[in-house]
Write a protein that binds this ligand. Structure first.
Ligand SMILES: Cc1cc2nc3c(=O)[nH]c(=O)nc-3n(C[C@H](O)[C@H](O)[C@H](O)COP(=O)(O)OP(=O)(O)OC[C@H]3O[C@@H](n4cnc5c(N)ncnc54)[C@H](O)[C@@H]3O)c2cc1C
Length: 489
């Protein structure tokens, strides 16, 4: 039998046997073939060899494993669905380490229909949570392409965003409390679901977005919202990126803030998808320089009232607003999904962009946010810079939140290795800083954004973050090396 990692390095502490005693021999994986998938991230950019994977079944076992690792100086990288895009979920090569996979903690403990909350364990798959809450006429409104693989623990730990943030906020805003194992193995239980509780520091908000560096989230209580009774999904060609902000605001005004998604899908993005997935169909006959996928949904019965032409009041109202926007030449063309299939096709196109870019070749992915009023100017300027440097930019964005995924690709003309990526990054980050933008809107820091974090985050904030980390995790066992760059001397 070939055992990897600490066995080969001596297994001096008898660590594997001790961990087996806690979780059971079947749940400490050491064979190369068993651990391979756990040790490489989704992007394929980050991987590590020779690290065992431990799969506890409940919070108590997680606590025992962490306590053991803390006592023996063993690094712990928590892991959910491994869809994170910054390399946070696989260990760095920093001495004795384990991957602690949460996937066996996947129960939905309670759905409180009256309070509209759910208590769910960290390893539950996001899409499974969607399905289970829908059985009760309720929705967990966190939505994005990786929903079939990512876990709610990963969503919390990266404070994931996605396409519904414009209406419901990101994961942090959906969470009412967490249960977590702290670096010394103690368990904190804050699953009361209270909406008001001003009794001390808000520990859940320290753990959310901490990418596993302050503790392990084992369960959470989330808000749920009523299932919409009617919705409109449309693809718009708007006159310009500047005009898109007016279109968003007018649709928000009309619908009382019921815009669920407002996704920027410009011509190059749609073209990249069609190149890679020729079976998909362009939403409009004439490609939209500034395309927007918009969804408006309502849970009010009056909006779902059927009209003689088979549509609903909401559809009629949205058509009226779009007609007005077309007269004012803010919207040039529009396609409204006429069936659930057409809606699904539009979303499937939106959600396949990352895969399409990945299939097209090497790329550098920026995950940026900007004040809404600065987005158009930023894109115009960066597109010129990118083209001048030889890149083909492919952009997609959760535009309602000012969040752009700006990918610099090589296109088909240049070799990736010949392109001046460091220069492009420097120009982009300088411009971003000038416009008060963020260099990581929703994907986090992990390993891939450590250098940018060191260069761009305000030094005083880094000092506070390091103090928090040192206070909670004095032995630096929780996901070491990630998220917080070392202090520069
Ligand atoms: C196709 C695709 C589309 C995506 N779209 C979006 C998008 O629109 N918006 C968005 O925000 N993200 C998006 N992502 C990124 C990713 O899906 C999210 O970051 C997701 O929240 C990660 O969840 P996970 O379970 O896969 O976490 P993992 O990748 O396993 O881990 C991510 C980080 O969280 C830590 N972690 C995991 N579980 C725990 C836990 N229980 N306790 C403590 N720490 C933990 C890990 O150590 C790691 O640092 C996308 C990814 C893909 C592949």
């Amino acid at each position: 039998m070939h055992q990897v990692g600490l066995l080969e390095k001596g297994n001096v502490l008898g660590m594997l046997e001790d961990l087996q005693a806690i979780v059971g021999p079947a749940y400490v994986l050491t064979e190369s073939v068993d651990v391979a998938d756990y040790l490489t991230d989704w992007t394929g950019q980050f991987s590590v060899a020779d690290v065992p994977v431990v799969r506890p079944r409940d919070t108590k076992e997680v606590a025992q494993v962490v306590q053991y690792c803390n006592a023996h100086g063993i690094a712990v990288t928590p892991q959910g669905g491994r869809t994170g895009l910054c390399g946070g979920g696989v260990p760095m090569d920093h001495g004795p380490a384990i991957v602690l996979s949460l996937t066996r903690l996947n129960a939905i403990r309670e759905i409180d229909v009256a309070a509209r909350t759910v208590v769910v364990e960290a390893g539950a798959i996001l899409e499974t949570l969607h399905e289970k809450t829908l059985e009760h006429g309720l929705v967990f409104p966190l939505m994005f392409g990786a929903k079939g693989s990512c876990t709610v623990g990963g969503n919390l730990s990266t404070n994931a965003g996605g396409s519904n943030v414009v209406r419901y906020g990101n994961t942090r805003e959906l969470c009412l409390g967490v249960e977590a194992v702290m670096p010394d193995g103690s368990i904190i239980n804050a699953l009361t679901g209270l909406r008001k509780d001003n009794t001390g520091y808000d520990l859940k908000n320290l753990l959310i977005g901490a990418e596993g560096t302050l503790g392990i989230i084992t369960a959470a209580v989330f808000k749920l919202v009523p299932q919409p009774v009617t919705a409109v999904t449309a693809f718009l060609s708007v006159a310009s990126l500047e005009a898109a902000t007016d279109v968003l605001n007018l649709l928000q005004d009309f619908s009382g803030g019921a815009v669920e998604a407002f996704e920027y899908m410009p011509k190059d993005m749609v073209a990249t998808i069609l190149e890679q997935f020729p079976d998909m169909r362009a939403p409009l006959a004439e490609p939209a320089a500034s395309g927007i996928l918009v969804e408006i949904a309502s849970s009010r019965a009056m909006d779902a009232e059927p009209l003689p032409d088979g549509s609903t009041r909401l559809v009629e109202g949205v058509m009226g607003v779009l007609g007005d926007l077309m007269e004012r030449e803010l919207v040039l063309d529009a396609m409204i999904a006429q069936s659930e299939q057409q809606r699904a096709d539009l979303w499937s196109m939106r959600e396949s962009i990352l895969e399409a870019i990945t299939k097209s070749g090497p790329a550098y992915h920026f995950d940026l946010s900007l004040p809404l009023s600065k987005v158009a100017g930023f894109v115009a300027e960066m597109n010129v810079v990118s083209a001048d440097l030889g890149f083909r930019p492919v952009i997609v964005g959760h535009l309602g939140d000012g969040n752009l995924h700006y990918a610099m690709t090589a296109g088909q003309v240049r070799e990736w290795a010949d392109l001046p990526l460091p220069q492009a990054k420097e120009i982009l980050f300088d411009l971003l800083a000038k416009l008060n933008g963020s260099f990581s809107a929703e994907h986090g820091i992990g390993q891939s954004k450590l250098d940018v974090m060191a260069d761009m985050k305000e030094p005083a904030q880094l000092v506070v973050m390091r103090a928090i980390k040192a206070a909670l995790d004095p032995n630096n066992i929780m996901n070491p090396g990630k998220f917080l760059p070392e202090a520069r001397t």
